[in-house]
Design a protein around this ligand. Sequence first.
Ligand code: ARG
Length: 469
Amino acid sequence: MPQLWGGRFHSSPHDLMEQLGESVSFDARLAPWDIRASIAHARMLGQCGILPKSDADAIIQGLQAIAADIAAGNVVWEKALEDVHGNIEAMLIARIGDAGKKLHTARSRNDQIAADVRLWTRDQVDAIIRLLNGLQRVIVDAAEAHQDVVMPGYTHLQPAQPVLLAHHLLAYVEMFKRDQERFQQLRFRVNVMPLGSAALAGTPHPGNREQVARELGFDALSENSMDAVSDRDYLIEFCAASALTMMHLSRWSEELILWSSPAFGFIEIGDAFTTGSSIMPQKKNPDAAELTRGKTGAVYADLMALLTLMKGLPLTYNRDFQEDKQPAFHASDTLQLCLSVFIAMTPTIQIRREKMETALREGYMEATDLADYLAAKGVPFREAHRIVGEMVRFCIENRKTLDALTFEEMRRFSDAVGEDVHEALAMDVLLARRDQVGATSPKRVAEALRSARARIEAQAEADAALEII
Ligand code: ARG
């Protein structure tokens, strides 16, 4: 089997060295990107006269045939050939003979792996941006379909003030919008071409980096060959953005889990994303949300692994870098799976508005507004706060809701209470009053929904247009 190196060695590696050193068991998935980059490299070598045109053509055709074989599942990956690069080069030589041995002119596996992983990351970033858009869309769909549903808003997980369910849902749209922006922003730092850096110092061959970059869709060339072969910042950023998105998914998971517990009873998640218990027949468990919450920790670990991997490494390439792949793959796979699950699960969630309404009434959520009402009638706010606190205590002791107190009952606590008190505390009045930008009045929420919808559809159109190109 043709190995990538060996000329200066007397004997072959120990079995354990092979076991430790191979990466093809996990980096074979980079093959499509590796082959694209190699084709662009070979074309450039031919056009610049570094290789005879006929050799470059044979290499390109050979690589295309290998790509087809790989896609069809017709190749055996050899651990003895170390990595995806060693395997594909050996396949090429086996297929086209000596011309295949010329592909590695003017490059090194160091700039090769850097290019492959950047191309791979760019595609993951694009896929994640789309998924985040899809997720925002299904949340906005749910919010639009339930625009008039009012629910308790919580602080400390204690009922605090009434909010529109749509307002609560739009809070997650904001989070996923920021996540999407983070991926959009880091894409620009990912999309830089390291090829031409060779092992670390650049190459003496008169190549054309711009041409390769153009063919591969890179926006820029790396400007320092030593940095280019040893930079993994972009992968750390990718894992950081993935960890943050998982954190948001995990928080939402937590709420879905709470809300679907009978203690809240606010929602019911569709059968397809829940499971039963092997012993308790009545159970319907929100496993998809729990698993997403559970998987979040391992994505944080991916980020930690990469940060720690990098912290002590001298310039330039170090074999440690081979260990960057599994965390990055894991973070990307986990995030994309969980985003896909949430896109599919969200439309299956049924809203139990009666449960939300009951919780609203039982939560004394008009209390702040009642204190504000008294303050508006001239009672110092601190005093008003105490008075309403006493009313709430009376309600608790007498198993009443605040809105069930009669005018006379309220008057016993303060003669500032007027005939208009019930009107002032009506739910629609409370909500409509919160009418600043970003607040929960129906008017503001309708506006926020419209602008989120417009933004999401514009992004979807831009993504579709990219696909056509
Ligand atoms: N499999 C290696 C990696 O993932 C490819 C680069 C190997 N370079 C080297 N000089 N041994 O980093």
